[in-house]
Structure formats: structure tokens, C-alpha cells
Design a protein around this ligand. Sequence first.
Ligand SMILES: O=C[C@H](O)COP(=O)(O)O
Length: 250
Amino acid sequence: MRTPIIAGNWKMFKTVSETLAFAEAVKGKAAVEGVETVICAPFTNLPALTEAVRGTGIKVGAQNLHFEDNGAFTGEISGVMLKELGVDYVIIGHSERRQYFGETDEIVNKKVVAAFRNGLTPIVCVGEKLEEREADQTKEVCKVQTEGAFKGLSKEEAAQVVVAYEPIWAIGTGKSSTSADANEVTAYIRTVLAGLYDQATADVIRIQYGGSVKPENVTEYLGQSDIDGALVGGASLQPDSFVALVEGAK
Ligand SMILES: O=C[C@H](O)COP(=O)(O)O
């Protein structure tokens, strides 16, 4: 049985004071039994957020990390630094990182390895562009990105990874994939994982859907056989909406 995981990806939104107000508003409401709740905040907010949600059942994630633990990498943040703050999760390979910051499958893999080296759980994003979907390349793109991200991981590590399937054309556009389409791709990703490891390992790996998920459609996505949660951008920014997403995942 895979525990559903709702992760809010705040992207480049919210200051520290806004983060503290959010944490106060969702305290006691955004952690429900049987659902794992994660907030992935900007780096600057992580110390305040980890402190504010301590003991509430809400976990904290970062949105990126560098693949080295330290060094002359101006402006970067490492897994060692995140771990010391009490961060549990880290989003890796989000399409915005791939698109705007040139992250390749090789870099994504190095970051996944760095996350494990530092006791962080990676949320690995994969997904196709609109033109790739139109050219019927969705599955191939997801296969290549999945295989790239998992390269060199042991079965035990693989079992802990959370995969987020996010069709790029559905991110922030209001155009969500149908639940049936999303489930077809997530089920396919699971067959790729079974090919890399074995069926038992693939069966415990959680695969989220992401792309215009909101309180009104979250239950439908999570009702699908192979969708185990959601990675949510826009609808995770308001406390009421975030609580409703978590409630909808029960
Ligand atoms: O990481 C989250 C995704 O990019 C989805 O964003 P969205 O919910 O605003 O479409």
C-alpha cells in the first residue's frame, strides 16, 4: 500500500513572513492520517518553515540542491546544508529547472545521488513538452528521463524515490491532463521502473501527478490506480486550498 503524498511546490513565491503566516494558518489542518504532506519552499524560507511546522506532521522540502556537498559554486546550496536545517525532501529535475537552468538527465542523476548521500528523499520530476506529446513521444521521453534519474541507484534507494509525472503543457496553464491519460503515463513509468529493478520495487515507488491540480480535481487523480499523490504549484499557495488538497487525498 503506497501512502499518498501531497507536496506543495511554492516555486519563487513567499517571503519568510508570508511563510510563517501560512504555517500558522494550516497548523493542525494540513496533516491528516494516511496522507503525507510536504511543503517545498524557497531556500530562504526553509529555516523558519522547518521550525514553524515542527511537531505538526507537515514535512519540508527544498526545490533544488547542488550535486556537490560543498565547494566554489557561488550561489548554490548543498544537501549537507539542507539536511542540517531539518529538510526531508528535495524536488529534482523540475521542468522549469530543465528549461531555464539547463538541467540535463545527467545533472538530475547527480543531484539524486547527492540527495541520498545526505539523507534527503528526492522528488524526481519527469514529463513531456507539448510538441513531444503531439508527436506521440510522451512515453519515450518519460522513459529516458526516468532511466536517467535512477541510474546507479540501489533497489533500496529506488524504493524511496518519489517520481512526479508533470506534463509540461499542463503546468500552470489550467489545462490538466485527464486523469485517465495521467494514469496511463504513470502506469507506464511504473513498468519502466519494474524493468530497471523488479515489480516488487516498482510497486512501492510513489508516483505523483502534477499540472494544474486543485482541490476540485485532486480526488479524481488520486483515485487512479497508479497515481499516488500530487505535486502542486499554484493551488498550494493559499492555506485553505492547500488544506483542501490534503483533505482530498484521504
Ligand atoms: O511543481 C508543480 C508543478 O509545476 C505544477 O504547477 P501548477 O500546479 O501550478 O500547474
